[in-house]
Design a protein around this ligand. Structure first.
Ligand SMILES: *Cc1c(COP(=O)(O)O)cnc(C)c1O
Length: 479
């Protein structure tokens, strides 16, 4: 039942203190014609309503959530405590800089540590998420070429094993995309890269580890080839939990990077909550950043560099996500961050190893933080698809892996166990995957019908995409 349907007139819940300043009404022309139909209910009802909704969903706190590339790991609760401190929440973005020096200090420290972790010189926290960071990073690259009068560089090379947002961001930034295929081993095809490299190339965007979960062995050669043709190298560092503390993109020759603080640096995400996709760059690109934090005699302030690409988001970005990331960095420390990456890689390899006698692994090599299985053979033999297995997992309290991605693998399931899962959880999940494989042979129909134990069973996904109902219309409801 929707919250609007539970609403009863007059049962209001007013948590706002009485107004202690004079009320100012907007001008007549700016006022709504109709009263806003907000639901009215008591605090008890409200609390029960959201608890009921929470019980119907699956989150990291309910169970295993191996959604590849999304890093649905446990987010330490201390992050939330820190981000809830009044000094961080009871501020206004238009406050004078000298009154929010503590918050500036947080951003300064976070920038320092993240630059150290990635091998970059400067960083902006403006971008609101990963894809937004990609767009920002590409604009830096574009500004760099244009500032040198090098205007014929209109193309960005994107390997076909890149995250889907990479080509989209390149197109958004006004570039045409040159897609290059992967080699048999699942890495960038070096010969194809050499063919593509030329004086019309603005740069390369590399997702590393790539979407089949592999660290590109030829990484140094890749960045050299791109630099030799005058291009810049962009590192999609959304999944830095595979390499953090082990290697640094800056040392591999990358000029620009974005991070997903809401993945690697532990902020709850996935329900549309705020993210943060900071962009780091080498010194030669810093003059194009939206803003840089500058330490004056008296105070820290944000300054817009002379050749800035301009703001990509209002104010400072999603600041509280930065607070959480800094908390995470400080609680784990240098050794802890390294250990987090090592465990992410260990857990993925453990699961892959325990499944590969049954399931076909897309690239059967040592993987990084995730691995991809192809269910094409299983589908041919039994009619059970990647979708059916994913739905079957739901009946066992496991969130499905990422499905049908990457596109270069047929019937793909992309599994990212993350570093925060115990061996027992991994063993249970392995057991479930194995049982479902067997069930596919014996009783494929039961998998076509799964899930049967969840609050809603198999959804009409085509219907939902073609005829989405996105808005509650009180006039159409019965009450
Ligand atoms: C998640 C992800 C992105 C996009 O990040 P958003 O915050 O969802 O915009 C980009 N690249 C990779 C490799 C990712 O895993």
């Amino acid at each position: 039942m929707l919250i609007f349907e539970k609403s009863r007139p007059g049962r209001e819940l007013s948590l706002l203190p009485p107004c202690d300043v004079d009320e100012v009404l907007p001008e007549e022309k700016d006022r709504r014609g109709l009263a806003l139909p907000l639901p009215e209910m008591s605090e008890t009802q409200l609390s029960r309503h959201y608890t009921e909704l929470a019980k119907k969903t699956h989150g990291v706190n309910d169970g295993f959530y191996p959604l590849g590339s999304c890093t649905m790991k446990y987010n330490p609760k201390i992050n939330e405590d820190m981000a809830a401190l009044p000094g961080f929440t009871e501020i206004h973005p238009l406050q004078p800089a000298h009154t929010v020096q503590g918050c500036m200090e947080v951003m300064k420290l976070a920038e320092k540590y993240l630059c150290e972790i990635t091998g970059m010189s400067r960083m902006t926290f403006q971008p609101a998420a990963g894809a937004h960071g990609e767009f920002t990073g590409l604009l830096l690259m574009k500004a760099y070429h244009i500032s040198r009068g090098d205007t014929k560089r209109t193309k960005i090379i994107v390997p076909d094993s890149a995250h889907g947002t990479n080509p989209a961001s390149a197109a958004m930034a006004g570039y045409s995309v040159v897609s290059i295929p992967s080699s048999k081993e699942g890495c960038v095809d070096i010969e194809k890269l050499k063919e593509a490299a030329g004086d019309d190339i603005a740069g390369l965007m590399l997702t590393n580890p790539n979407t089949v979960g592999l660290f590109d062995k030829n990484i140094l050669e890749i960045t050299r080839i791109v630099h030799d043709c005058g291009g810049l190298c962009y590192y999609d560092g959304a999944n830095l939990n595979a390499v953090m503390g082990v290697v640094r993109p800056g040392d591999m020759g990358f000029d620009v990077i974005h991070l997903n603080l809401h993945k690697t640096f532990s902020t709850p995400h996935g329900g549309g909550g705020p993210g943060s996709g900071p962009v780091g760059c080498k010194e030669n690109l810093a003059e194009f950043l939206p803003s840089v934090l500058v330490e004056g005699d008296q105070e820290l302030t944000f300054v817009k560099p002379a050749n800035s690409i301009g703001e990509v988001k209002n104010f400072y970005g999603n600041f509280l996500v930065v607070v959480k990331a800094l908390t995470y960095i400080l609680t784990l420390g240098r050794e802890g961050l390294l250990e987090a990456s090592q465990n992410a890689v260990l857990n993925a390899n453990y699961m892959m190893h325990k499944l590969k006698d049954l399931y076909t692994i897309a690239c059967n090599e040592v993987c990084m933080h995730e691995f991809v299985m192809s269910l094409a053979d299983l589908k041919k033999q039994t009619g059970v698809s990647a979708m059916d297995i994913a739905k079957g997992l739901l009946d066992h309290g496991i969130h499905p892996p990422t499905m049908y991605f990457p596109l270069i693998v047929e019937e793909a399931l992309m599994v990212e166990p993350t570093e925060t899962e115990s061996k027992e959880t991994l063993d249970e999940a392995i057991q479930v995957f194995r049982e479902l494989y067997e069930l596919a042979g014996k009783d494929p129909d039961s998998l076509h019908e799964a899930p049967v134990t969840t609050p809603v069973t198999r959804l009409d996904e085509v219907g939902a995409a073609r005829h989405p109902v996105l808005r509650y219309r009180p006039e159409e409801s019965g009450t």
